[in-house]
Design a protein around this ligand. Structure first.
Ligand SMILES: Nc1ncnc2c1ncn2[C@@H]1O[C@H](COP(=O)(O)OP(=O)(O)OP(=O)(O)O)[C@@H](O)[C@H]1O
Ligand SMILES: [Mg+2]
Length: 246
């Protein structure tokens, strides 16, 4: 390749990089739990950026701060100090009400243990975030039905969570997490409680959501799960020590 062409290529690559839209940017985040002799530093000057369209797996030893970072990304917890910009807004400065609003509109969360409301149906579980987002009731039902069909549960909508398998419950939780079209889907060990067949179903669903443009950050201890993501961030002692591309 001629040097001039090479130069143009480098310029183009740099321009493309600068076009990547940042969804979440954690800068110099510290998080302490407890006080005095029981004080724990869970995050230590953590820096992590998530771009639109990313599918990022987070790995690292138990206690390395993965869930703490996810809870901060999900606005379920606040950093002790440092900055968190979500779509350009410095969220650590917002009061609790505004934070709850952002959590509802911008973020979807999936947990290892599903965390569904046990006393209401799959459909009502998926409708719940839309109540907080003030979506009219007819539209709530229509969108929840569509979301459940999208995750392959069109024939299980009226079942209570305990009438569903683990994988089906996790798919309800995923439908609930994406119902308000969040800019970021966060999943903390979403396949940790599932067998290998069901894990595969859930991972196929994440692939599908990613190809539809949803930005995903997923914590896992399993290599085969992490390999499905596009990038892997490795945590150690409360910081990211390495980012690799799959
Ligand atoms: N609510 C809490 N109170 C006190 N310490 C906490 C709390 N939550 C987490 N920690 C501590 O913070 C550190 C990081 O915990 P975190 O849950 O983020 O780890 P993790 O990487 O998600 O681990 P695992 O892989 O086991 O889920 C650990 O030392 C943990 O004991
Ligand atoms: Mg954890």
């Amino acid at each position: 390749m001629k040097p001039l062409l090479l130069q143009v290529k480098v310029q183009l690559v740099n321009q493309l990089k600068s076009l990547k839209k940042s969804v979440a940017r954690l800068t110099n985040i510290n998080k302490f739990y407890g006080e005095g002799s029981v004080k724990v530093k869970a995050l230590d000057e953590l820096n992590l950026e998530v771009y639109q369209g990313d599918y990022l797996a987070v790995m690292g030893a138990s206690g390395s701060g993965k869930s703490t970072a996810m809870n901060i990304l999900g606005c379920l917890d606040r950093p002790t100090n440092g900055t968190y910009e979500l779509n350009g807004t410095a969220v650590e400065k917002l009061d609790d009400d505004l934070l709850a609003d952002i959590r509802n509109k911008e973020l979807g969360f999936v947990f290892q243990q599903f965390h569904l409301l046990q006393e209401v149906s799959a459909l009502e579980n998926v409708m719940l975030p839309m109540i907080y987002a003030c979506v009219p009731s007819l539209e709530r039902e229509k969108r929840a039905e569509e979301a459940l069909k999208r995750v392959g549960l069109g024939n299980r909508m009226t079942n209570l969570p305990n009438q569903l398998s683990g994988g089906q419950q996790q798919r309800v939780a995923i439908a609930r997490a994406i119902i308000n079209k969040p800019s970021l889907l966060l999943a903390d060990e979403p396949t940790g409680a599932l067998d290998s067949k069901t894990t595969e179903d859930v991972l196929n669903l994440f692939d599908q959501l990613h190809s539809q443009g949803i930005t995903i950050v997923l914590v896992t201890h399993e290599d085969n799960v992490a390999q499905r993501a596009k990038k892997i961030a490795r945590f150690r002692d409360g910081k990211v020590i390495e980012i690799t591309h799959n």
